[in-house]
Design a protein around this ligand. Structure first.
Ligand code: IDP
Length: 136
């Protein structure tokens, strides 16, 4: 059994897609073990996205993530890390496969950062680190 951090990012919350996204996660059979609406501070986001520091989209990404609350979810299930990332689709919502959260519900809005509705940890190590940050 694995745990992962899923975020419904500020664009998902603003567009009132929280219910639809949760329905897809639950329909797949994963268990929502903890969930909260979080308005993160800059320091949390800079740690969360530490691997992207120095990239051109880093500052716009932090600003976007500060622009409103996210829904933070501790999600559990066998192979949930790769399973949720498969459900989410690839990073660019314009080309993410239809059938995925990003592919069905996201698009490019011509902004400096890809507003792609959700985040999912990419490894067991990231999941442990990110869950500790968001569910301190
Ligand atoms: P992931 O969320 O699909 O795992 P990462 O590469 O970890 O993708 O990037 C983190 C977030 O940064 C993405 O979800 C997206 O919001 C944003 N992002 C990544 N690459 C770019 C880019 O090339 N331009 C603009 N935004 C990007």
């Amino acid at each position: 059994m694995q745990s992962t951090l899923v975020l419904i990012k500020p664009d998902g919350v603003r567009r009132q897609l929280t219910g639809q996204i949760l329905a897809r996660i639950e329909a797949k059979g994963y268990v929502v073990a903890d969930l909260q609406l979080v308005q993160p501070e800059r320091a949390l986001l800079e740690e969360h996205y530490a691997e992207h520091q120095g990239k051109p989209f880093f500052e716009p990404l932090v600003e976007f993530m500060l622009s409103g609350p996210s829904v933070a979810i501790r999600l559990e299930g066998d192979r949930v890390i790769e399973g949720f990332r498969s459900l989410a689709g690839t990073t660019d919502p314009t080309t993410a496969a239809p059938g995925t959260i990003r592919g069905d519900l996201g698009r490019d809005w011509g902004l400096k950062v890809q507003q792609n509705l959700v985040h999912g940890s990419d490894s067991e190590e990231s999941a442990a680190r990110e869950l500790a940050l968001w569910f301190a």
